[in-house]
Design a protein around this ligand. Structure first.
Ligand code: 5RP
Length: 224
């Protein structure tokens, strides 16, 4: 049986090889990104000079605990490299993200980033996106309306719950997990979702990744 956590770790070790002194580095969220932040912490301990920009309060806390200097995103004009995870990816580098509900900040960081590196275990690679439902972050006020628009687009959505209550994102919004089945044209669906009033952001990341480093048993494969 595959050791998926080890595959994430191997991908993280490979990804940090892209970091150089004096770069601004985006710190992703989730278990794969956690491996990368731990690796970055080691490099910083050994003298690497970087400035981190976090995609969630969890990543921020972890970075701080490891001595990685971080700044608010508003104080940088661009980010050199970001290392983040994904819930699904295709070989043409489209992604579904947001399983950990951090997609909004992750997409803002990715959009400011010159080289977005995605790290993943081998279970995340798919031929077509869509087995993993698309997280859609919505303002609470609009959640019913957005649900109806998702149905008109041919999908069905469910508000993500935690302990029986709607999960609130760091920005105080709801997440609708939207099932469209397998998605032959993710760029088209991404545009349609972005057009719905009340949608803050969604987890389809189209052409934002420069490369995906996938752990594969005891080695890694890079898609770029
Ligand atoms: O998008 C994310 C969080 O919003 C994560 O990057 C994604 O869910 C992958 O997580 P993991 O590395 O734990 O499998």
């Amino acid at each position: 049986m595959k050791d998926l956590d080890n595959e994430k770790k191997l991908a993280a070790k490979e990804a940090v090889k892209y970091l150089k002194d004096n770069q601004v580095v985006g710190l992703g969220s989730g278990s794969s990104a956690t491996h990368a932040i731990l690796e970055i912490g080691e490099l910083v301990k050994n003298g690497l000079k970087i400035t981190g920009v976090s995609t969630s309060s969890k990543s921020e806390e972890l970075a701080k605990s490891l001595g990685i200097p971080t700044v608010d995103i508003s104080s940088v004009s661009s980010i050199d490299v970001t290392i983040d995870g994904a819930d699904e990816f295709t070989s043409d580098l489209n992604l579904i993200k947001g399983g950990g509900a951090a997609l909004l900040k992750e997409k803002v960081v990715a959009s400011l980033t010159k080289e977005e590196i995605i790290i993943a275990d081998s279970s995340k690679k798919v031929e077509l996106l869509g087995k993993f439902t698309i997280p859609v972050e919505v303002i609470r006020y609009a959640s019913k309306y957005v649900m109806s628009q998702i149905i008109l687009l041919g999908g069905k959505g469910e508000i993500r719950l935690t302990e029986g209550e709607p999960l609130l994102t760091e920005e105080g919004n709801y997440i609708i997990d939207a099932d469209f089945g397998l998605i032959p044209d993710p760029a088209y669906l991404a545009t349609r979702l972005s057009e719905i009033a009340g949608v803050v952001e969604h987890g389809l990341f189209i052409k934002l990744a420069a490369r995906v480093i996938m752990g594969n048993n005891d080695s890694t494969i890079t898609f770029s």
